[in-house]
Design a protein around this ligand. Structure first.
Ligand SMILES: Nc1ncnc2c1ncn2[C@@H]1O[C@H](COP(=O)(O)OP(=O)(O)OP(=O)(O)O)[C@@H](O)[C@H]1O
Length: 324
């Protein structure tokens, strides 16, 4: 049984509090974040973990370690100047690649008007549980819990919402029962509207990643989004070029329908770091539609396309380490 399976066997509110879980020689060791829970609830949580994990055939002994150490959770916003540049695709794959690098990652799909994470992460139709007054993020098989408007309302229902409603919705998603998650990636809606402002004013991100295609128009908008973060005092971790270079699925030849290298040049001009480029590949689109992100490398569609996402994740991980 893997760490992920141990965590997944627990009820969602407890799974969200698992800091680490391991199994060696029949002994399962689970470290649980109990910050904010009273004595009774802590005891109950420990019993539930002991009973659930201990009931599995490959487990002979269960050790539960409770810790209430205050952990600081960092928000990393992923933004773009315009829609359709692949921000949601990058966020999902970045989250999974960061998880594989050892970060404890959660994902908020703040793209309230067009939530796509439930599709990309393959958990459409699942509803988050509620613990107290807080939402409990929806688990998935890559151990990257996620909260999205797409899990809460019917498709398209939020389209007519005005700014304050959208801002409140975002607050509920971020101020949820994130338990032991230390890095929260927030997939922002494109542009520089109300949701982005709420985000910056209320939950100041530690840093932001900007995604753009190499086209001039997208780059101009990306620069605008960059200056929004700049004005709010949120450091831009760097720029990612998506859809740069089309890999022909038949012959493997690479062509550049949207140009290439434009984002790297723009990063240089804006004096911002360049984090890497993701090719335009049919496999990435198919994997996103199928709910099997390539970065998971789980044999799903397009897993050979994990490397470019992993390279970006390595840069972000370095930034997180250097700015701890
Ligand atoms: N590198 C890529 N190669 C092929 N298809 C891609 C790539 N990146 C994204 N796509 C596809 O492009 C479409 C838009 O991507 P995505 O939803 O991630 O963009 P977005 O910027 O989040 O858009 P929006 O802000 O409008 O939600 C999707 O169908 C996605 O599968």
């Amino acid at each position: 049984m893997s760490d992920t399976e141990i965590t997944a066997s627990l009820p969602a509110p407890l799974a969200a509090r698992v800091i680490s879980a391991s199994l060696a020689d029949g002994r399962a060791t689970i470290v649980l974040d109990v910050a904010g829970l009273d004595e009774n609830t802590r005891g109950e949580a420990e019993r539930t973990v002991r009973d659930t994990v201990g009931g599995r055939p490959d487990v002979e002994d269960v050790r539960v370690i409770l810790t209430a150490e205050r952990r600081t959770r960092r928000i990393v916003a992923v933004g773009s100047g315009k829609g359709g540049v692949g921000k949601s695709t990058l966020t999902a794959n970045l989250a999974i690649a960061l998880k594989r690098l050892g970060h404890s990652v959660g994902l908020v799909d703040a793209d309230i008007y067009g939530p796509s994470q439930p599709t990309i992460l393959g958990n459409r139709g699942q509803k988050p549980e509620v613990s107290g007054k807080k939402l409990v993020p929806v688990p998935n098989r890559w151990d990257v819990p996620v909260l999205s408007m797409g899990h809460l309302v019917e498709e398209g229902a939020a389209v007519a919402w005005r700014g304050p409603m959208a801002g409140n919705a975002l607050t509920q998603l971020i101020d949820a029962e994130w338990g032991a998650i230390d890095t929260l990636l927030v997939d922002l809606p494109p542009g520089t509207g109300d949701v982005q402002l709420t985000m910056l004013q209320k939950f100041k991100p530690s840093g932001a990643v900007l995604v753009s295609t190499p086209q001039d128009l997208a780059l101009i908008d990306a620069a605008r989004a960059g200056s929004l973060f700049d004005h709010a005092g949120v450091p831009v971790i760097g720029l990612v070029e998506n859809m740069s270079g089309y890999i022909c699925p038949h012959c493997g030849e690479v062509s550049d329908p949207f140009g290439s290298g434009g984002v790297e040049q723009a990063a240089e001009r804006l004096e911002l770091p360049f984090l890497g480029r993701i090719p335009l590949a049919l496999g990435i689109r198919e994997a996103s539609d199928a709910g099997t992100p390539p970065a998971a490398r789980d044999g799903g569609q397009g897993s050979e396309l994990a490397a470019p996402f992993e390279a970006v994740a390595a840069e972000v991980s370095r930034w997180l380490g250097a700015n701890a």
